[in-house]
Design a protein around this ligand. Sequence first.
Ligand SMILES: [Zn+2]
Length: 420
Amino acid sequence: MRAILDHVGIAVQDLELALKFYRDALGLEVEAPEEVASQRVRARSVPVGQAALELLEATSPDSAISRYIEARGPGMHHITLRVEDIHAAAAQLASRGVRLVDPEPRVGAEGALVVFVHPSSAHGVLVELKQGARVPSDLSLTRIRLGDLQLTSLHDGLFRLDGGAMFGVVPRTMWEKTTAADDRHRIQLAMRPLLVEGEWGRMIIDCGAGDKWTPKERDIYAFERGRHLDHALADAGLDAGAIDVALATHLHFDHFGGATVRGHMGLAPRFPRARYAIRVAEWLDALHPHERNRASYLGDNFVPLKDAGVVDFYENDQTIRPGVRVVRTGGHTGQHQIVYIESGGRTAVFTADLIPTTAHIHDPWIMGYDLFPMETLVVKKRVIREAIDREHLIFFEHDPLVAAGYIRERDGRRFVEPVR
Ligand SMILES: [Zn+2]
């Protein structure tokens, strides 16, 4: 079990008097007061590094805090440790004979799940375990008609990457206002392949991470694929056999890991009838990774495709199927490309890792993963300017909440208007 200190709860007679020490004498910053009606307490949180001191004043004589002060006087009331999986933590403690106040985790303040360990089992200290509220995500299918084409945003579940790496030079004090990080500094991301259906057939653009993962990799990337691409295809009334073309924006595992599956005959193409459209220069880069990108290019995800004879290699920017055009951006990888989908006078852009989430619509918010960030900057500025001016519909492949939307600019402020 990993546990980190979340806060120390301190029972006080009078909040205002307590602030004379914690705020005025110590000179610490204090957050706005918070009334927790269910506990009949008023709280002031005093951040100290990653953790906080929580000053608790009873608002009613039957509150646990008044009873505590009556019996023992004011002072330290509890400590709270944050854990990742509170059900596993509670089960582990129970199996070792630790006495829990609640038999099962329950919902506490701010929607977090909590469980209390009885002080008799914790050497006189009331210990609260807490699992942070889950980052919201929305993986429901988004269907959009674009001229003659039907676009359906699918998904291959969720995963997490280091928040710092996702925002490059942007400091955490800025990005964490829009994107919450977990105890291991990772942020929640989705994998959203796009289905394009035309008279010519069905194409999937990227195909998620797939499930060829070791326990160690599952732990590092926190894959949540209880519902994955097969479920999303089924929700769209399809299965893997319905795909005619699988197009790769680039060959990183979170984009094309789902291109192969491990069966009893070894590794095989995931979509049994599909041709796989891959830019040859990206293929060569993926086959010859260096120290900086080796963790992202995993041969099992693409080498078996060539062995099976299902790859259509191509060289330059071009139309892959009527209305679907690839444009090399470079930046993220040497040959990273985005996909323009054009029909009926309208344009949608599948931006892959050029604009991975809605938080990345600001020009300098560029991933630390990018091999050529200045190339990303130049291309991204142009793509976003065009998207705003010409109302291009943007697909955000990694956003946990928003599959697609329009980038707008009003009074110098840039934002995304989601489309559902
Ligand atoms: Zn990616």
